[in-house]
Design a protein around this ligand. Structure first.
Ligand code: IP8
Length: 271
């Protein structure tokens, strides 16, 4: 059996500018494709981002920086509220998948993960139960030091799950209406799609830090480089182009950015 892990970006499944506004299109596009994949015996894991169900409120309350003694009450309320919003968003994603006959099991990080960044801890065995599509999402998690809590990005969840679930062959990042990683802002008419990303590839991106409390595109690239150097291929594709996504998942030609496994001399060790 082989495994595929898919990240639905927060900008893809929500309107990032409108507080708690769900956009169902991408999940509706993905659901029948997932149904076919799971029927053919592929193990599928889904991670989704927060978009306007997490970043706006987390930003306002300074949650990414952890506990601030001068804002204790406000932050405590925001932690609960963001967690509740993330569960609401997840419920809408799961609702669409289940109405397409997909058996889902949800693992909210607040229940099993601790710490933020690539070194967060938590047992991922729970994702291995066969016969189900397992889901998780970016969340507010506890941190075992004076910061008390922090934001665990779905991108870091992707990294650990893709690397530690041994049968994973492909990790996919679904983007909002763009075909992959571009060498500069995709709105720039001179922007070119990077079809194959290697350690020598250069690109520029900007983080909208007014709205985003995690790492935007740069974090996805960083995480993808580490995933691909550990084995699984990584692809960035347009989450709104179902035909292209189906091609990728069925081994056909597709448009996107691929992160191939680094050559052994670049990796330093083989796995
Ligand atoms: O959108 C962020 O997750 P991401 C999670 O995957 C929160 O980076 C709660 C803002």
């Amino acid at each position: 059996m082989s495994g595929v892990i898919i990240k639905l970006g927060g900008a893809l499944i929500t309107d990032k500018d409108e507080l708690r506004t769900f956009r169902p299109e991408a999940v509706e596009t993905l659901a029948p494709i997932l149904g076919d994949l799971t029927s053919s015996g592929t193990r599928v894991t889904i991670v989704h981002g927060a978009g306007s169900f997490g970043h706006i409120e987390a930003k306002e309350a300074g949650l990414a920086g952890g506990h601030d003694p001068e804002r204790s009450h406000e932050q405590a309320r925001a932690v609960d509220s963001v967690r509740e919003s993330m569960s609401t968003l997840n419920g809408m994603v799961v609702g669409i998948l289940e109405s397409n006959g997909i058996d889902c099991e949800v693992h909210p990080p607040r229940e099993w993960a601790e710490g933020t960044g690539p070194g967060f801890t938590g047992d991922i065995e729970r994702f291995k139960e066969p016969g189900k599509v397992h889901l998780t999402f970016g969340d507010v998690v506890d941190v075992n030091d004076s910061t008390r809590f922090g934001i665990l990005s779905g991108d870091h969840l992707m990294e650990r799950l893709a690397i530690e679930m041994e049968d994973t062959t492909l990790a996919v990042f679904l983007l909002n209406g763009i075909d992959g990683l571009y060498d500069r802002d995709p709105k720039d008419p001179n922007a070119t799609l990077i079809e194959s990303f290697t350690t020598d590839t250069s690109y520029t991106t900007s983080l909208d830090s007014d709205k985003d409390v995690t790492g935007g595109m740069a974090l996805k690239v960083e995480v993808s480089t580490r995933i691909s150097s550990n084995g699984p291929r990584v692809a960035f594709v347009n989450g709104l182009d179902g035909g292209n996504l189906r091609q990728l998942l069925t081994g056909g030609d597709y448009k996107g950015t691929v992160f191939e496994r680094a050559k052994s001399h670049e990796r330093g060790m083989d796995r």
